[in-house]
Ligand binder design. Structure first.
Ligand code: ZN
Length: 305
């Protein structure tokens, strides 16, 4: 690839990332093939997602632009875990068993030229969330796979530790798994709750979180029935056991906090929800919070009171 070709590859990619940033800033978490087609980037029309295979190299580019991993439903448990190596890096399987297949060569190009790609991660219930920029940092031809680096992906919710990762690869492996689950989980949970806080129905997506009922780090699964859409304040209150949710979806406030006298934020934002039913629940019953998980978490709330 000539330097000019490489610059063009980078320019198209950066234009694609800018478009995705804009969509996400407007609250869009889940993308379909339809809404990532016919984009004008650098004066040309591009599609950002493959139509059938997992690897996507647009005709106008020399290297692959995107990879895709479909959502694997319940039963297969935690969708991306199997493929995260002990070194903390994800392994993306080549297409078929020929490393020289043109799609595998397109991935090889992206690796050799240090070009960033988009990784489409399947979302429970349909569509894909976008992880970018990701890099392919090595090729393991005998195992027919590429090594994927997601460190460059901005993820304000999970920060990398300051400790030397080389010293504790198991920690790095765990963090990679958490980071891979995070975005599709958020997309699935926000959609199920129609982008509104379950407690107060607040609807500003930048201030909404997909909260785990059973914590991710403690083995909780990244599925909608283990999630709740909560605004930042109610998420923090839930995590600090100031706010509890019963298995029958009733909000409880810690007795001490209920007695406190402060300003309108405490009164209207916290205390007045005591005894209220959740304001927002998924329309599909199969997506509502698992009462067993709520029960366990509610017990922890009671024990902390
Ligand atoms: Zn709220």
């Amino acid at each position: 690839m000539t330097p000019t070709e490489r610059l063009r590859e980078l320019a198209i990619r950066h234009a694609a990332f800018a478009w995705l940033d804009k969509q996400r800033a407007a609250g869009k978490e889940t993308f379909t093939q339809e809404d990532t087609s016919n984009l004008t980037l650098g004066g040309e029309t591009f599609r950002l997602m493959p139509t059938q295979q997992g690897i996507w190299k647009p005709g106008q580019l020399r290297a692959a632009l995107a990879i895709r991993t479909v959502y694997r439903p319940e039963g297969s448990n935690r969708p991306y875990d199997d493929a995260v190596g002990l070194d903390g890096f994800y392994r993306y399987k080549m297409r078929g068993d020929d490393p020289n297949h043109y799609q595998n060569r397109a991935l090889h190009q992206a690796m050799a030229e240090r070009l960033p790609l988009i990784w489409w991660l399947g979302v429970q219930g349909g569509g894909y969330s976008a992880l970018y920029p990701i890099y392919l940092v090595a090729e393991e031809r005998s195992d027919l796979q590429f090594v994927v680096d997601i460190d460059a992906v901005p993820q304000p919710d999970i920060t990398w530790p300051s400790v030397d990762l080389e010293l504790d690869p198991a920690y790095r492996q765990q963090l990679t798994k958490l980071r891979l689950h995070q975005r599709p989980f958020r997309a699935a949970v926000l959609r199920a709750y129609r982008t509104a806080c379950a407690v107060c129905s607040f609807r500003h997506s930048e201030l909404l979180d997909a909260a785990h009922i059973h914590e991710d780090g403690a083995g909780g699964r990244p599925v909608v029935t283990n999630g709740l859409t909560l605004c930042k304040m109610h998420h923090a209150a839930y995590d600090r056991k100031i706010l509890g949710i019963t298995p029958s979806y009733e909000v409880r406030i810690n007795a001490d906090v209920l007695q406190e006298v402060d300003g309108p934020m405490l009164r209207h934002g916290i205390q007045e929800f005591h005894g209220q039913q959740l304001m927002v629940l998924p329309e599909r019953r199969t997506e509502r919070p698992d009462p067993l998980l709520l029960e366990e978490r509610f017990q922890a709330f009671l024990n902390a009171s």
